[in-house]
Design a protein around this ligand. Structure first.
Ligand SMILES: Nc1ncnc2c1ncn2[C@@H]1O[C@H](COP(=O)(O)OP(=O)(O)OP(=O)(O)O)[C@@H](O)[C@H]1O
Length: 308
């Protein structure tokens, strides 16, 4: 199937001469949840704003649902909903009016029942007659999502959907993303919370200094780059690793009370068997052992560090 979004050789140089995007090419498949990760200033907002038509590209092309965003802007834009980081809405507007207006802006007929469903889904129904300025920050976020969904987009962009929100709203956001995915909506989110990508994304893209440095299926990524760690709780503390036991990836932690061995999950020989037998030969005993897998966060930090 053709990708729902196709970005080719996209470049953006801001008027001051800063090159925020350096020849980005990226395909987004229909129905997937794609998480775009990157450190501050990497170009995440610039990329999604360019795809959504809020920022003009310097060169390159973008198509959404087969429509070129330059030649067929209206048709392309109609397919997209954007939840920005901040509220661009008139503060005096009522919640229900601002959401209904967002639908009208795309030329769609009124649909009271649909707007009611959205507001109920987002726990905004009770607040429907409140003015935007009377809402809490979290409620304003919900309004932004409602507005983005009002014209029934096929693709939803969420720019830092849970930055600065409480745990309850974060869970709600995750639930909303799940429901939309079930309905076949394609979702692209930018986030600093790697936990969020780990929880929700099918694929992960990492952007750094205006370049996409990696795009990968999340599970494959975690398997491929993931390292495992074996921790041995020593029966008696050690001040140094004896020469006979020394091996790559082995270190002393916890003020001598633990031996930590980091190994590559891809290699056929992890080295664990020989480590355990050399420990036994050296008379080093342990009371407990456990293993842990590196998280997406570890992988991300490593990746960005390498490329800096
Ligand atoms: N209008 C603008 N004019 C000039 N430079 C800009 C403009 N908007 C963004 N930039 C610069 O482009 C770079 C990328 O910014 P962008 O907001 O896309 O990053 P980001 O990855 O979304 O960052 P954050 O995680 O902090 O939101 C930054 O160095 C930023 O200062």
């Amino acid at each position: 199937m053709a990708p729902i979004i196709s970005v080719r050789d996209l470049q953006k140089t801001y008027s001051g001469g800063f090159e925020a995007l350096k020849s980005i090419s990226l395909d987004i498949e229909e129905g997937e949840v794609f998480a775009l990760l990157g450190p501050n200033g990497a170009g995440k907002t610039t990329l999604i704003s360019t795809i959504c038509g809020l920022v003009m590209p310097t060169s390159g092309s973008i198509s959404i649902g087969g429509f070129d965003t330059e030649k067929d802007y209206r048709s392309a834009r109609k397919l997209v909903g954007l939840v920005p980081q901040e509220m661009p809405t008139a503060p005096f507007d009522k919640v229900i009016d601002t959401v209904a207006l967002s639908r009208g802006l795309f030329g769609l007929p009124r649909n009271k029942a649909f707007i009611e469903d959205i507001l109920k889904d987002l726990s905004l129904w009770d607040k429907r007659d409140n003015q935007i300025m009377m809402l809490s920050g979290g409620m304003k976020r919900r309004v932004l999502v409602a507005k983005a969904l009002a014209h029934e987009p096929k693709v939803l962009f969420l720019d830092e959907p849970t930055a600065g929100v409480d745990v309850e709203l974060r869970r709600d956001m995750w639930r909303i993303v799940d429901t939309l995915k079930e309905r076949g909506v394609t979702i692209i989110l930018t986030t600093h919370y790697i936990e969020e990508a780990e929880e929700m994304a099918d694929r992960v893209g990492v952007i750094n200094k205006g370049e996409i440095i990696l795009v990968e299926n999340k599970d494959v990524l975690m398997r491929k780059l993931g390292r495992k760690q074996l921790t041995l709780e020593l029966a008696e503390p050690l001040s140094a690793i004896p020469d006979a036991v020394q091996t790559k990836g082995l270190s002393i932690e916890g003020e001598g009370s633990q031996l930590v061995y980091v190994y590559d999950t891809r290699s056929e020989r992890t080295g664990i068997t020989s480590l355990l037998s050399s420990l036994s030969a050296a008379g080093i005993r342990f009371n407990d052992l456990n293993t842990s897998q590196s998280s997406l966060e570890d992988i991300f930090v490593d990746l960005v560090k390498v490329k800096s």
